[in-house]
Design a protein around this ligand. Structure first.
Ligand code: B12
Ligand code: SF4
Length: 278
């Protein structure tokens, strides 16, 4: 296996009737972005690994491969306990490993997490693309003078003080258009992972939501609070087609989406599906 500079991890959760198995969709483009800048990044889904090898232990994997940076995706709140348990074990066996958290739940509870869980070094709140690239750039730079105060959306510790940099990076449609979301092999054992997801890949053509369902943590209002996102953003049809083609090249042609950006106006999807049928 090639050396891994940065590992992204999804930890599954099972609580009463709620099961969190699929990874946050945003992980694949993040991993791809890091790889494009020459940083070897891989995604590990701990439950997939355990199904393939019941003795799989993330902390052993991290130590064996001498992985210095591990990013945990804490998106769904059900994952909180399980993710922190894995982090504890990783830090026990590899104390020098730097742990970075991201995802909706991590972002909202960044201060509580940093205050109460000393094993977590950084939390990226909201959209992560530019902040993660900057953070990894700083951490990998060949000096000990890391400058962290300029990295948008970053929460970190300076001695015992918790510093929350401004939540000023909000991804734009142009950012999404530059992303490659379909590089499925970046997920270890991706064929098994997608098989366990019912042969389906989850992929949204944009971010945000135009409405406010009262129960939803991703509604228009929630997005303002969590991500500073004030409107919906969308990829253009051409780049969506490119992503779908990439998934297909990796044997994945069953797409599930959950995104309705323009209520009452179906022209985007009509155009997209016309393109797909061509
Ligand atoms: C699409 C969607 C789904 C899809 C696909 C989910 C997926 N695989 O990502 C499906 C239908 C499968 C789904 C299922 C569920 N969902 Co859902 N879903 C959404 C929805 C509508 C959109 C999410 C989205 O657009 N994401 C955008 C993508 C690109 O970004 P992302 O994946 O979040 O990743 C970015 C950041 O989070 C961050 N990031 C993520 N991980 C990491 C890790 C690191 C290290 C870093 C630095 C950054 C980082 O960086 C990424 C890029 O910026 C939201 C509501 C909303 N409008 O936001 C609810 C939402 C996220 N879902 C929610 C819930 C509760 C669920 C379920 C638990 C429901 C249930 N009880 O079964 C399940 C969980 C299933 C599972 N994981 O197995 C809640 C989460 C609330 C919470 N904080 O826990 C939301 C907010 C809706 C709600 N009801 O409140 N969901
Ligand atoms: S439409 Fe979906 S994402 Fe938007 S607020 Fe309602 S439940 Fe949440």
């Amino acid at each position: 296996m090639a050396a891994i500079d940065f590992l992204l991890v999804h930890v599954s959760a099972e609580q009463q009737n709620n099961r969190v198995f699929t990874m946050a969709m945003g992980l694949l483009p993040l991993a791809n972005m890091l790889n494009q800048t020459g940083i070897q990044c891989q995604i590990i889904h701990t439950e997939v690994e355990k199904r393939l090898d019941p003795n799989f232990d993330l902390s052993v994997f991290v130590k064996k491969h001498n992985i210095r940076y591990v990013g945990f995706s804490l998106h769904w709140h059900f994952q909180l306990f399980y993710t922190l348990e894995e982090i504890k074990k990783v830090k026990e066996s590899s104390p020098d490993t730097i742990v970075i958290l991201g995802g909706l739940t991590a972002g909202y509870f960044s201060r509580d997490i940093l205050e109460n869980f000393t094993d977590v070094d950084f939390v990226i709140r909201g959209d992560a693309e530019t902040p993660l690239a900057q953070l990894v750039g700083e951490l990998l730079a060949d000096n000990n003078q890391h400058r962290l105060d300029h990295i948008a959306n970053l929460s970190w510790k300076d001695a015992e003080k918790i510093i929350e940099n401004e939540l000023s990076y909000v991804a734009t449609s142009d950012d999404l258009n530059r992303q490659n979301s379909g590089n499925a092999p970046l997920v270890a054992h991706y064929k098994k992972y997608y098989l366990y997801c019912g042969g389906t890949f989850y992929y949204n053509i944009g971010r945000g939501c135009p409405v406010n369902c009262s129960f939803c943590g991703g509604s228009r209002l929630s997005q303002v609070i969590l991500n500073q996102r004030k409107g919906v953003i969308c990829k253009n049809v051409g780049t969506v087609i490119e992503d779908l083609k990439r998934f297909r090249e990796h044997g994945l042609d069953h797409w599930y989406t959950c995104f309705h950006p323009f209520p009452g106006k179906d022209s985007f999807y009509v155009e997209l599906f016309e393109e797909i049928s061509n």
